[in-house]
Design a protein around this ligand. Structure first.
Ligand code: G3H
Ligand code: 13P
Ligand code: ZN
Length: 355
């Protein structure tokens, strides 16, 4: 099994200056699409499951699907990551079920709606790091709240995100506080707030530096060069897929995402993990709507699912290539998680720094 810890994968990405897309998965077709794209481009993979995904598919189904993917593609390193863990208990459950990486999102309280205090964030994240590092599992934390610098609000459509209005200081991660947070928690990766938000409605116009603070990445990276930076809400919201959806009965309002070239600038400044969910959703929805319109006599859902899988695969290939991930998988030798466990827990053999 080529399961890889996030830390090992992102260390490789940092050493060689590329970024890894982390795709959200909910079902077999999305996992097929991502694995096929990774195989075609020789890319390492991060598959991540949100609370919503676990509720939709059921955690055992998701885990078994990922196990099957690893079995079918033994040459590809696959990191199985839990997205937006709401509490240490949720993270512990993911570790028990075999995830090689967890996100403790302590930027929000356990309801994942109420912005949390800094002290709370440090406390819960530190607890997760202590448990995870003892068994070689990696941890992503989050500092700052995802949300729009245009409106001061967080996107609510995907069930994750702060409610109400946020001030600018909460919407932009502070480099000094990031350094303190990493020193206190020992996280491997840090999700930062720079004006991106989840879902399709990120920006009401093509974003510029006033509403998408890509420049902030370099200043955060300068303070914490050994911590891998993570961009959430990084779908590009392809205008061509919006057009396909609209042409076939969909009603998506005018909207813009994070341009791929801005993500590439982010990677050049220190971003190593790039979270993408919405782009796959848009491509699959567009492809299914089109396939149904083109073939009104078709009643086998596999026909529509195949079109959706191909569309998702196209998004994944494009992101693997744009982020410099293509051609890297065959150069990585995944270490067993036990080899990454902290020194105390592993009896001196660990590679991971004890914080
Ligand atoms: O974390 C954000 C992802 O887009 C997950 O969305 O909660 O609808 O699965 P979801
Ligand atoms: P998008 O909604 O932009 O795809 O972001 C997904 C994400 O950040 C998952 O954690
Ligand atoms: Zn996210």
């Amino acid at each position: 099994m080529a399961l890889i810890a996030l830390r090992q994968l992102l260390d490789h990405a940092a050493e060689h200056g590329y970024g890894v897309p982390a795709f959200n998965v909910n079902n077999m077709e999305q996992i097929h699409a991502i694995m096929q794209a990774a195989e075609a481009t020789d890319s390492p993979v991060i598959l991540q499951a949100s609370a919503g995904a676990r509720k939709y598919a059921g955690e055992p189904f998701l885990r078994k699907l990922v196990e099957a993917a690893i079995e079918q593609h033994p040459q590809l390193p696959v990191c199985l990551h839990q997205d937006h863990g709401a509490s240490p208990a949720v993270c512990l459950q993911a570790m028990r079920s075999g995830f090689s990486s967890v996100m403790m999102d302590g930027s929000l309280r356990e309801d994942q709606k109420t912005p949390a205090s800094y002290a709370y964030n440090v406390e819960v994240t530190r607890r997760v790091v202590d448990m995870a590092h003892a068994i070689g599992v990696s941890v992503e934390g989050e500092l700052g709240c995802l949300g729009s610098l245009e409106t001061g609000t967080a996107g609510e459509e995907d069930g994750v995100g702060a409610a109400g209005t946020l001030d600018r200081a909460m919407l932009l991660t502070d480099p000094e506080q990031a350094a303190d947070f990493v020193a206190r928690t020992g996280v491997d990766a840090l999700a930062i707030a720079i004006g991106t938000s989840h879902g399709a409605y990120k920006f009401s116009r093509a974003p510029d530096g006033a509403i998408l603070a890509i420049d902030r990445i370099a200043s955060i990276h300068a303070r914490i060069p050994d911590t891998h930076l993570v961009m959430h809400g990084s779908s590009s919201v392809p205008q061509e897929w919006l057009a396909v959806i609209r042409e076939h009965g969909g009603a998506i309002r005018p909207t813009w995402g994070v341009p791929v070239e801005e993500i590439v600038r982010g990677i050049a400044s220190g971003v190593r993990k790039v979270n993408i969910d919405t782009d796959i959703r848009l491509a699959m929805t567009g492809a299914m709507r089109r396939a149904m319109a083109d073939r009104p006599d078709e009643f086998d859902p596999r026909a529509f699912m195949k079109a959706a899988t191909a569309a998702a695969r196209g998004i994944c290939v494009a992101r693997f290539e744009a982020f410099g991930c293509a051609g890297r998988a065959s150069r990585i030798r995944p270490l067993p998680l036990a080899a990454l466990a902290t020194r105390d827990a592993a009896g001196g053999a660990g590679l991971q720094r004890a914080a």
